[in-house]
Design a protein around this ligand. Structure first.
Ligand SMILES: NC(=O)c1ccc[n+]([C@@H]2O[C@H](COP(=O)([O-])OP(=O)(O)OC[C@H]3O[C@@H](n4cnc5c(N)ncnc54)[C@H](OP(=O)(O)O)[C@@H]3O)[C@@H](O)[C@H]2O)c1
Length: 276
């Protein structure tokens, strides 16, 4: 390149996902469904996966107007189901440009009542399965990757892996621990996979409407809003916008980051009476 100008800095081209292939785990509801829609609307072919067949069928019905979408009923905590995902991607796409590790679970209980089985299940879903699925899909990611256009792994973490959540009034020990660990797994994988031309980043959402947040939205929405410097919950374009950046040419040199998308909630605690 000579001089200071470049031929292609138009946002439409910079953020295009045309021709990319993507897997979105937990793509049948909430944030995963939004991310799948956004990927499709910007030109990617998308495979979504979650445990329940009827949720897969319903999501495909909603998404097929936006582009080429496939679904598999698969539990990411099960090795045989992860292998079926691998096989499907190999058959249908040949390679994988974007892996969105989004499937997640939560459990809230007081310390004395917090069951070992619940702790293990949350860690297994939010952390262990991300590690295993990512490791198993590296050959397919590497196949779609080039130096100029790396394959992308986007882990959906949480602001609860950055701060200790309070508004739901019930501790979520395993969830916070799993998301903090996922954020650091993101960094260690980013270093390890860079030589394969694969970037690894995490998005750490604040509150967005979903099945997971139904209860807390119904009971404590005012507290959620009060805890957020922007005074509101997140909206679908605001989560997909960051994913679009990370998945496109615009984000090709971003690696090993954790990007909070929480209106500033995780960096601002306590009341702000002087602003009332
Ligand atoms: N909504 C928020 O405010 C918020 C904030 C921070 C972080 N997050 C994160 O965003 C991600 C999506 O959550 P959400 O809020 O959109 O919740 P959601 O609507 O409950 O979606 C969770 C998705 O994961 C799937 N899933 C759960 N366990 C699975 C498993 N073992 N194997 C495969 N799929 C599985 C679910 O489908 P099935 O039940 O059919 O398997 C569902 O599609 C999670 O990682 C969550 O921690 C959400």
């Amino acid at each position: 390149m000579s001089g200071a100008t470049h031929s292609s800095l138009q946002a439409e081209e910079l953020f295009s996902l045309r021709g990319k292939t993507a897997l979105v785990t937990g793509g049948t509801s909430g944030l995963g469904l939004i991310i799948a829609q956004g990927l499709l609307q910007n030109g990617a072919s998308v495979l979504i996966a979650s445990r329940k067949q009827e949720r897969c069928d319903h999501a495909v019905g909603e998404l097929q107007a936006y582009g080429k979408v496939l679904a598999i009923a698969a539990d990411v905590t099960k090795a045989e189901d992860r292998w079926r995902l691998h096989e499907k991607i190999d058959q249908e796409f040949g390679g994988l440009s974007v892996l969105v590790n989004n499937a997640g679970a939560n459990w809230g209980a007081s310390l004395q009542d917090y069951p070992d089985a619940a702790f293990a299940k949350v860690i297994d879903t939010n952390l262990n399965s991300v590690f295993s699925l990512t490791r198993d899909l590296v050959p397919l990611l590497a196949r779609a990757a080039t130096d100029a256009d790396p394959a992308r792994i986007i882990n959906i973490g949480s602001m609860d892996g950055i701060h200790v959540p309070v508004v739901q009034r019930v501790p979520t020990f395993a969830y916070s621990a799993s998301k903090a660990a996922l954020h650091h797994l993101t960094r260690t994988l980013a270093v390890d996979l860079a030589s394969h031309h694969i970037t690894v980043n995490a998005v750490a959402p604040g509150f967005f409407e979903s099945r997971m947040t139904d209860y807390v939205f119904e009971h404590y929405k005012q507290d959620i809003e009060a805890d957020c410097p922007l005074g509101r919950v997140g909206q679908p374009p605001e989560i997909f916008g960051v994913v679009a950046y990370l998945a496109s040419r615009a984000g090709a040199y971003t690696n090993g980051t954790v990007i909070p998308v929480d209106g500033g909630t995780s960096i601002s605690k306590g009341h702000r009476p002087w602003m009332d």
